[in-house]
Design a protein around this ligand. Structure first.
Ligand SMILES: Nc1nc2c(ncn2[C@@H]2O[C@H](COP(=O)(O)OP(=O)(O)OP(=O)(O)O)[C@@H](O)[C@H]2O)c(=O)[nH]1
Ligand SMILES: [Mg+2]
Length: 350
């Protein structure tokens, strides 16, 4: 899973990226055209509990990849629309960071702090950029369609025409009704307004308890990116004290990652052994056969059955052997829909 971080210049995108990924990318670069890529582990107490039981050589939490792009919306929509890098095209979702912190030392590209406006501008920029992609493609297709060689080209042209119409009316590709086949053919374009959005408002340390202005019906995650960045660098034992100083219960980063998980409709299943305890994120509705394939293609090819137990049932039993005796470890076939928290052992033969 890959999430692109976007937003206006100096909104705190790279600061948040560093906090999420434990990175040390340079902040305050004002749209320096650098793309940062990193991964964040998904905190999950269930994984820790399983590691406590198996004491494996290796524990692997689920992870989310983040791509931190340079700022948009700072030099007029046309320029910024082009500046949104291609690195974002492969992202599964976009995390929009807008700024609410006031700091005279960090000039806002629009010279005033207004998170709702910035959010609207980002949405607009995404559509504008998609419109440019659509127009370029249609221009090229038009000639081919006239030759009437391939009905698929005519169908694509018609679909792009509908997308153009939607974008011109201010409707993102995400909101359009499409058949599965159309959605597939559109996927290749990497339309940014087709991607689900997640919102973060970056507030100052002193604004953490404040009520924010309305954000056009959105419910953003509110956090102080600079504080999160500092917090992420602290050793565990100093964190609690640091949080207490700001009357915070926990870091907001987990909230961001959880929001990404639910936005993308992800579930986690676990594999366990003395070698490794590992969490695997899959889309909701994934069947056992495909879950096996995410572990290894051999497991999908040679799939026989999966032994499955829910996390609470496993913890109650204390071991796989005890669970088998209690009858809480079940055998499931390839069409079983994996549930969040399932512990999974695939029997296979290749
Ligand atoms: N006062 C204050 N400054 C912050 C906060 N978050 C980020 N900054 C500062 O704002 C400046 C810009 O932060 P970045 O994280 O580089 O912003 P960005 O969105 O990545 O900017 P570009 O990459 O240039 O688009 C840096 O000097 C940060 O230290 C905050 O919550 N409060
Ligand atoms: Mg940056």
């Amino acid at each position: 899973m890959k999430i692109g971080i976007i937003g206006p210049a100096a909104a705190g995108k790279t600061t948040l990226f560093n906090a999420l990924t434990g990175g040390a990318a340079t902040t305050g670069g004002y749209g320096a055209a650098r793309v940062n890529i990193g991964a964040a582990a998904v905190a999950d107490a269930r994984v820790d509990a399983l590691s406590g039981v198996f004491r494996p050589k290796k524990t692997t939490h689920a992870s989310v990849n983040f791509v931190d792009a340079p700022g948009v919306g700072d030099a007029g929509a046309a320029k910024s629309a082009e500046a949104i890098p291609q690195a974002l095209e492969g992202a599964d979702a976009l995390l929009v960071v807008v700024r609410a912190f006031e700091d005279a030392g960090v000039p806002h590209p629009k010279e005033s702090v207004d998170p709702a406006r910035d959010l609207a501008d980002v949405r607009f920029d995404l559509m504008l950029r998609d419109l440019a992609v659509v127009e370029r493609r249609m221009e090229r297709l038009e000639r081919l369609v006239k030759l009437k060689r391939d009905p698929a080209e005519a169908a694509e042209f018609a679909l792009l025409g509908r997308i153009r119409e939607a974008l011109e009316e201010g409707r993102p590709v995400r909101s359009m009704e499409m058949s599965e086949e159309e959605a597939r053919s559109v996927k290749g374009f990497g339309f940014l307004s087709a991607k689900p959005l997640l919102f973060v408002v970056n507030v100052g340390e002193n604004q953490l308890g404040d009520v924010l202005p309305k954000m056009n019906g959105e419910t953003p995650v509110v956090l102080a990116a600079r504080l999160e960045e500092e917090l992420a660098q602290l050793p565990d034992e100093e964190r609690a004290e640091f949080l207490a100083d700001y009357s915070l219960e926990s870091s907001a980063l987990d909230k961001v990652i959880q929001a990404a998980f639910s936005l993308l409709n992800l579930r986690c299943f676990f594999t366990v052994s003395e070698e490794e305890v590992r969490a695997w994120p899959v889309r909701a509705g994934t069947i056992a056969l495909h879950a096996a394939g995410t572990i290894h293609s051999d497991l999908e090819r040679g799939f026989i059955r999966a032994e499955v137990i829910s996390h609470p049932d496993f913890m109650a039993a204390g071991s796989l052997g005890a669970a088998r005796e209690r009858g809480t470890l079940r055998l499931e076939g390839k069409d079983y829909v994996v549930k969040d928290g399932d512990i999974f052992h695939v029997r296979f033969n290749v």
